[in-house]
Design a protein around this ligand. Structure first.
Ligand code: FPP
Length: 247
């Protein structure tokens, strides 16, 4: 039987964004150090990327490290950085095999130099791949991103490149780090928390939201299927009436 028998293949979300939460609690429940939770979380990243290839999702954005995560204990920050770099290095051959293109959003300049280099190398290597776009949010927060966009636009205004009447939604979108990426159709947050946590605040304006109690290390293809099916049962109205959408 086909793996995606319940999904309507004509209405698969083009872009899924995920707040991968619950690694720490998953580890604690098992009496393990938090870092084991993050290690298990990497396996989920692999499985969910493969599921997106199978389901035909074109963009998968993962909140891997927020601006606020820099405030965690140094030991955990260092372990997460090492894990991110090691995983990228280890997974690159599979990214190539699965035709996955790696992209990143966030303040990459804040990463340790070696980590930034590794990400940039992997992005370059996978840049011609045409399957899933795997977008990692690294040292990312939406307020940082919007503030940076405002700064860029203010510079263009002050040097006369643009006029105040040129400032519109499109111009703002073009100055966000996601300028080359469509807005998410579906946002998933695992672990039972009902928050957006400074993630893609501008881009989620019309996204469908899906929350599950499952911790990220336990999230799998079946859970992703449930989220997509829930998404497919929604009516996206973008502020219009149901009648307008259906006519
Ligand atoms: C949230 O769980 C998770 C993170 C802050 C880090 C997520 C990072 C990974 C899974 C590694 C990603 C790797 C690649 C290659 C993309 P938490 O620690 O906040 O969990 P808690 O709320 O239970 O404490």
């Amino acid at each position: 039987m086909s793996g995606n028998v319940n999904i309507d293949n004509n209405r698969v979300p083009r872009h899924i964004a995920i707040i991968m939460d619950g690694n720490g609690r998953w580890a604690k429940k098992k009496g393990l150090n938090r870092i084991f939770g993050h290690q298990a979380g990497v396996n989920t990243v692999r499985k969910i990327t493969e599921a997106c290839v199978e389901f035909g999702v074109k963009y998968l954005t993962l909140y891997a490290f927020s601006t606020e995560n820099w405030n965690r204990p140094k030991e955990e920050v260092d372990a997460l950085m090492t894990l991110l770099v090691d995983s990228i290095e280890k997974e690159t051959p599979d990214l190539m095999k699965n035709n996955v293109r790696l992209l990143a959003i966030g303040d990459l300049a804040r990463l340790p130099q070696k980590a930034e280099e590794k990400f940039r190398n992997c992005m370059k290597l996978t840049s011609a791949n045409t399957g899933v776009n795997l977008v990692l949010a690294l040292s990312y927060s939406s307020r940082w991103e919007i503030t940076d966009a405002v700064r860029q636009i203010a510079r263009l205004l002050s040097n006369g490149t643009i006029d105040i009447n040129d400032v519109n939604e499109d111009l703002i979108s073009q100055h966000l780090t996601t300028n080359h990426i469509p807005d998410p159709d579906l946002l998933i947050r695992t672990s039972g928390e009902l928050r957006i946590s400074n993630f893609l605040l501008w881009q989620l304006a019309y996204s469908e939201l899906y929350f599950t109690d499952v911790y990220w290390p336990d999230f799998d293809k079946e859970e992703l299927r449930k989220a997509i099916i829930s998404y497919q049962q929604r009516e996206r109205r973008y502020g219009k009436t149901s009648e307008q959408i259906n006519n």
